[in-house]
Design a protein around this ligand. Structure first.
Ligand code: FMN
Length: 271
C-alpha cells in the first residue's frame, strides 16, 4: 500500500490540478492527492453538458479531459511534488498498451508515490476508452501496468458493481495490485440519455457495501473506500468497515475544503 500522511485522500478527477484547491487551503493536511485520470495524449473531453445535479448527487460524463502525459509531467506533477503532496497518478487509456506506456513513463518520473488504474469509468465506451467491465479485462490492464511500474505500488480502482466487486478485487490483486479502490461512480445516464456516472451521497451505501464485500472475501487486501463521503462521520463508517483510507470526490465541488476538514477531524481523535 502507499505510504499516506493520513487516511483522507482527494479522489481522482475531483481536485483539478491541485492548484485550484491549494488556493483555498484545501490541500492542507490531506493524506494524498490523486490526479485526474491521465492518458498518453491530450483529450478534450466529451460534449457538453457534462453534468447534471440530482437531489442526491452529481451525474457526470466528462470524457476525462486532460493535458496528456508530457504536459502533466512537465507542469502539474512538479508543482504537486514541490507542494509536498504525496501524489498518486490515475491512469486510463484506449488500450492495454497505452496504459502500459503511461505506467512506464510514470515509473521514471520523480515524486510519483503510486499509480491508480482507473477501471471504473461507467461511460468508457462512449469516450473511446478501453471497456474493462469484465474482471478478466481489468486484470489484463493491471498486469500490464504492474509490469511497467517497476517499484511503484499500483492500486486498482474497480467497478462498483456491488455483487461482483469482490471478484474484481480478487483478479486485480492476483494481477499484482497492492490495494483496491472501491465504490467509485455508479453507471447512470444524463437527462438526455447519454451514459454517465453517478457520484455523491446517493452512492455512499453502495460504496460501503462494496467495502464490506471485499473485506469479507479478501481480508488481507487493503481497501480504499470511495463514494459519497461528505462528512467525518461518513469517512468513519468506511474506516470502521475496514477501509485503510477513504477518498473524497464530488463533495469537493461544493466545498473544496471537505477532505482537509475531515482529515483534521480524524486527527483530532474519536468524536
Ligand atoms: C467531476 C468528476 C470527475 C471525475 N474524474 C475522475 C477521473 O478522472 N478518474 C477517476 O478514476 N475517477 C473520476 N471521478 C470519480 C471519483 O474519483 C469518485 O470515484 C466518484 O465520484 C465517487 O466518489 P464521490 O461520491 O466522493 O465523488 C470523477 C468524479 C467526478 C464527480
Amino acid at each position: 500500500m502507499i505510504d499516506l500522511a493520513n487516511p483522507v485522500v482527494v479522489a481522482a478527477g475531483c481536485g483539478g490540478t491541485g492548484r485550484e484547491l491549494d488556493a483555498l487551503g484545501a490541500l492542507d493536511g490531506i493524506g494524498a492527492f490523486t490526479t485526474r485520470s491521465l492518458t498518453l495524449n491530450a483529450r478534450t473531453g466529451g460534449p457538453v453538458p457534462r453534468f447534471a445535479e440530482t437531489p442526491s448527487g452529481l451525474v457526470h460524463s466528462t470524457g476525462l479531459p486532460g493535458p496528456g502525459l508530457e504536459i502533466f509531467l512537465a507542469t502539474e506533477l512538479p508543482w504537486l511534488v514541490a507542494r509536498g503532496m504525496r501524489v498518486v497518478v490515475s491512469v486510463t487509456g484506449a488500450s492495454v498498451a497505452e496504459h502500459a506506456e503511461v505506467a512506464r513513463r510514470l515509473a521514471q518520473a520523480p515524486g510519483v508515490r503510486g499509480i491508480e488504474v482507473d477501471l471504473a469509468v461507467p461511460d468508457a465506451r462512449a469516450h473511446g476508452l478501453l471497456d474493462v467491465r469484465e474482471p478478466f479485462h481489468a486484470a489484463n490492464v493491471v498486469a500490464a501496468v504492474v509490469r511497467e511500474a517497476q517499484d511503484l505500488p499500483v492500486l486498482a480502482k474497480v467497478r462498483s458493481d456491488v455483487l461482483r466487486v469482490a471478484e474484481s478485487a480478487r483478479v486485480v490483486t492476483d494481477a499484482g495490485a497492492v490495494a483496491v479502490v472501491v465504490g467509485g461512480p455508479q453507471a447512470a445516464a444524463l437527462p438526455d440519455g447519454r451514459p454517465a456516472g453517478l457520484s455523491g451521497p446517493a452512492v455512499l451505501p453502495l460504496a460501503l457495501r462494496c467495502v464490506t464485500e471485499v473485506r469479507a472475501a479478501l481480508p488481507g487486501v487493503p481497501v480504499v473506500g470511495c463514494g459519497g463521503i461528505t462528512t467525518t462521520a461518513d469517512a468513519r463508517s468506511f474506516l470502521d468497515a475496514g477501509a485503510v483510507a477513504v477518498q473524497v470526490g464530488a463533495a469537493l465541488l461544493h466545498d473544496p475544503t471537505t477532505a482537509a476538514r475531515i482529515a483534521a477531524d480524524l486527527a483530532g481523535g474519536p468524536s
